[in-house]
Structures are given as C-alpha cells and as structure tokens.
Design a protein around this ligand. Structure first.
Ligand code: SF4
Length: 350
C-alpha cells in the first residue's frame, strides 16, 4: 500500500482521511496544528493523539521533510539547497527585511520555459513539485526561524525554480494550504505568483477567486526582443499577454507587477525605456527593475549602475510606478537554479 503524503491533503481531505479510519473529525484539526504550526516531523510526536491513532496514521501516511544539502548566506539573504525524497535538489531563498521575512520558493524541478538568462532551465524540466514539496520549503525555513526565536515568514513569492502556472493544480493546492488561517496563515495578498507569461494560466487564475499578487516577467518592451530572451513570447506574444494581464487586474482588483531584468546592451537603453513607457501607459501596474545575476552558461552581463539609474529615472520621469530590486549577492550564486546546477541537478525528462 502506498503511503499518503499528509501535506498533499487539503484540510477537508484530511478530515475525510481521519473519519474514514473511524476517528472523530476534530483529530484532523489536531494533526493540522502539529504539522503547520508546531512543525513536527512524525506522528509519534503528536502527543495529544491517542497512541493507537498515532500508530495507525504512521501505517497509512507519512510526513515528508527535505534534507538540507547546503545553506549559503549573504547580506540579508539565505539560500537553501534542499534535497527531496527522490534525490532531486531545489532551491529556496529567505529574504530578511526589517519588518518581515519573505520566502522565494521553487515550484518545479528545473523549468521548461527556456528563458535565456536563467540557470533553472538549462537542463529542462525534470518534474513538477507536489503541493507538499512546496509546503516543505516553507515549513523547513519556518521551523529553523522558530528554533532561533526569529519572526515567522509572512510573505511568499513563487519565483524560484520553475514556472508556477505550468504546475497549476499543485500550486493552487499549495496556496490554499499556505493561506489557511488555522495553519501557516499567510494572506492571499501576501502571496506573489510569478509567471513568464502563460496566458491560459493567467486567465484561469483570474477565475480562481484567490486574490494573489501576479508578477509577470516582461524583460523586453517589444515582441522582437522578447522572442529572443523568452521563447514563451512566440506562443503568447505581447498582444495576448497584456490583455490577459488587464483582465486579471480588472477581475482581482490588484495591479500587476512587471519584472524587467536589465541586461547590458540588450534591453537597457533609453530607447527601450521609452518603448516600455509607451507599452504600459495607462496600465495600472508596477515595474520592478531587477539586476541581472550572470550565469556561466550565457554571456549576458548586468547593466552598469549608471545605465540602471538612467533607465529607472526615465520611467519615473514619465510617471511610471517603479522600484529597483535589491541585489541578492553573487557570492551566494543568487540567480535561481544556479546552486542546483552546480550540484549537477537533474536530467532533462521533457
Ligand atoms: S525565469 Fe522562470 S520561467 Fe524563465 S526559465 Fe527561469 S524559472 Fe523558468
């Protein structure tokens, strides 16, 4: 009999699981509490459950937990390389701000999207992560923080390895469990889902009824350039992507963030800034300028500080809402997917 990974169950499914083995429904809430609030790693440690129930749970289910392969610190950032049950490695990054902690997590092992500047896609996609494997990233870091007496994670960013909308069902399942006020309790509005521009996924998400923030990786102000940097643009060009974003904004009532990574000599001139301003004029959005983290497999270089400042200033002058993401530090191989690649992570399966 295959054991059930308990974190792959929604709270309602856990209630069914518990009642199906002849236990009262309130036991599900106790188990939920042990897993998502007290971060226990085994049923044996759930000491308000009868011994017989703990044993029966362990016969039918298990609590997954990743193994820490590497932890790298730089400034206010900690990057974790975690090993999953099948040996695959994924990355999770804790961003420490004065007032809160934010976790950037992976949604797939590898990525099929092929963005030119990204280490995560170099060996293609190996597999999707289950909802449990996304929760494991949150709980692993949360447990570490709580053991240190530190403040909890209160924001989640699905912007690590993988394209979240290419693993739609598991991501939605994860978001619901991470949001559950009886467990991890992170508000929908504090969860940001990033996409390279999968238009059908954006449309589906807009119908989901969960007001998460949407961040769209744009990186170019026209189709010609975006085709070169992001192959997904050939499937869903700007004329399809932007209306989908507008529909998301209209339906969810939250403005979208467009991510724009500045690449020296490629997309960082004032002409590009002008084009970007025209493209997004009258669009209630925010632009996040990201410094490129160079990777060995691609010869793109980050823009100079002066070029970056000019680009940002131009957008501000034209009234765009714009911020500049802080550098995460090349010393921790901060670009997503680099740690995993250095470890030799993952053979391509599709
Ligand atoms: S940037 Fe995101 S979508 Fe693009 S290849 Fe990397 S992980 Fe995939």
């Amino acid at each position: 009999m295959q054991l059930v990974n308990i974190k792959n169950l929604t709270r309602e499914e856990l209630e069914d699981f518990v009642t199906n083995i002849g236990e009262p429904v309130y036991r599900a809430q106790q188990i939920w509490d042990w897993i998502y609030r007290k971060h226990v790693l085994s049923f044996a440690d759930m000491n308000n459950l009868p011994q017989g129930l703990r044993e029966r749970m362990a016969e039918k289910a298990f609590i997954s937990w990743p193994r820490l392969l590497k932890r790298q610190k730089a400034k206010d950032t900690i990057k974790y390389l975690l090993q999953l049950q099948d040996g695959q490695g994924i990355e999770t990054v804790l961003l420490r701000y004065k007032a809160w902690h934010s976790l950037c997590l992976s949604t797939q092992v590898g990525c099929a999207m092929g963005c030119k500047f990204c280490a995560s896609t170099r060996k293609g996609k190996v597999r999707d992560l289950s909802g449990a494997e996304m929760l494991d990233q949150v709980l692993f870091v949360q447990r570490e923080l709580s053991h240190q007496g530190d403040k909890p994670i209160t924001r989640l960013v699905l912007m690590g390895i993988g394209e979240p909308l290419d693993n739609y069902d598991n991501v939605i399942r994860f978001v619901h469990t991470a949001h559950d006020p009886a467990g991890i309790n992170i508000g929908f509005r504090r969860i940001t889902l990033s996409t390279c521009g999968l238009v059908p996924g954006i449309m589906k998400l807009s119908q989901e009824g969960i007001p998460v923030n949407l961040a769209v990786s744009l990186h170019a102000p026209n189709n010609g350039l975006r085709d070169k940097i992001m192959p997904i643009n050939k499937r869903y060009p700007l004329e399809e992507l932007l209306p989908a974003c507008q529909k998301y904004t209209a339906r969810i009532g939250r403005r979208i963030t467009f991510e724009y990574t500045l690449i020296s000599g490629i997309n960082d001139t004032i002409r590009h800034a002008e084009e970007l301003t025209r493209l997004l004029a009258d669009f209630p959005c925010h632009i996040n300028i990201i410094p490129l983290n160079p990777i060995a497999e691609c010869n793109y270089k980050p823009s100079s500080p002066a070029t970056t400042a000019n680009f940002v200033k131009f957008l501000q002058t034209w009234g765009m809402s714009v911020t500049q993401r802080r550098e995460m530090g090349q010393s921790i191989t901060a670009a997503c997917g680099q740690l995993r690649l250095l470890r030799g992570g993952g053979k391509k399966r599709q």
